[in-house]
Design a protein around this ligand. Structure first.
Ligand SMILES: O=C(O)CCC(=O)C(=O)O
Length: 273
């Protein structure tokens, strides 16, 4: 699915963008489903914005979309687990931002082969606060992050890196239905949404099935392609329909494990030398 040039660019720069997944009309359809789920749930809580593929059938369809998985397979091989998912929504004309960080910081994954596919469901550009990256920054491996408090930061732990003012920064601008791919060690952030529309994207964290998570709390993950010969995660079922009771139970159980693992991994990363 990816060209040799794109695969080389990912190795060198740590990202590829944009790649086409589905049409803007299909993206609009998915956005309508998201907004209807928000209305029926009286807004989606922070937990409900995570791992949504476990209780929303249409999100499960996106995370298994052949164009997304073909591209991910080109980077991490044929046996693919979905480790985590976050729906990143920035409301129109708001100050929410994401500080410079590496996704690897609290994920505890070994080896660090995780790749994030960020799928746009609305225009994601300079004005709306798209994800931006420091190309090549993944090559330096894991960096120590500062943590803690800025109210507008969408990263709840506030983890952040300093990026020099003169660093080269590339914008991963996307039309609805396009996606970007970035390496777990790549420095990235995003600025406030100054546009009149919501900026909506799904950040989907894929790992090869041989990855392990370094938490005592055993986590679950979804096998989205190939075979799991390693058994490092309990495998989550796919939902039969939006909000079906089995899917809701799986989601709650997966989020309980997720929070327990975070409680171990965050202090460990923050005190590591
Ligand atoms: O959506 C954003 O602004 C940030 C996304 C992000 O940090 C990620 O997907 O890893």
């Amino acid at each position: 699915m990816l060209s040799d040039q794109q695969i080389d660019a990912y190795a060198r720069e740590g990202y590829v963008s944009p790649v086409e997944a589905f049409s803007p009309e299909q993206a609009r359809g998915y956005r309508d489903l998201l907004e209807s789920a928000e209305r029926s749930g009286g807004g989606l809580s922070a937990d409900r914005r995570r791992k949504m593929h476990l209780y929303l059938k249409w999100v499960d369809d996106i995370v298994r979309h052949p164009r997304v998985l073909d591209a991910v397979q080109d980077l991490i091989g044929p046996d693919i687990l979905l480790f985590h998912l976050t729906c990143w929504i920035k409301e129109a004309h708001t100050d929410a931002f994401v500080s410079w960080h590496q996704d690897s910081t609290y994920f505890g994954l070994d080896p660090a082969e995780h790749v994030t596919a960020w799928v746009a469901l609305s225009p994601s550009n300079r004005e709306s606060g798209c994800v931006q990256v420091v190309p090549g920054s993944h090559a330096g491996g894991q960096q120590r992050h500062a943590a803690g408090g800025d109210a507008g930061n969408m990263l709840k732990t506030g983890q952040r890196l300093d990026v020099p003012d003169d660093a080269r920064i590339d914008l991963m601008q996307l039309q609805p239905g396009q996606f970007s791919l970035h390496h777990t060690y790549l420095f990235h952030n995003s600025m406030p949404n100054r546009s009149p529309d919501r900026r909506i994207g799904l950040g989907i964290s894929y790992i090869p099935a041989h990855c392990r998570c370094d938490s005592r709390q055993r986590l679950s993950a979804s096998l989205v392609r190939g075979v799991d010969r390693h058994g490092n995660f309990d495998l989550d079922p796919a939902p039969a329909a939006d909000f079906d009771p089995q899917g809701m139970r799986s989601h709650e159980a997966a989020m309980r494990r997720w929070h327990a693992a975070r409680a171990e991994l965050i202090p460990k990363a923050n005190t590591a030398t």
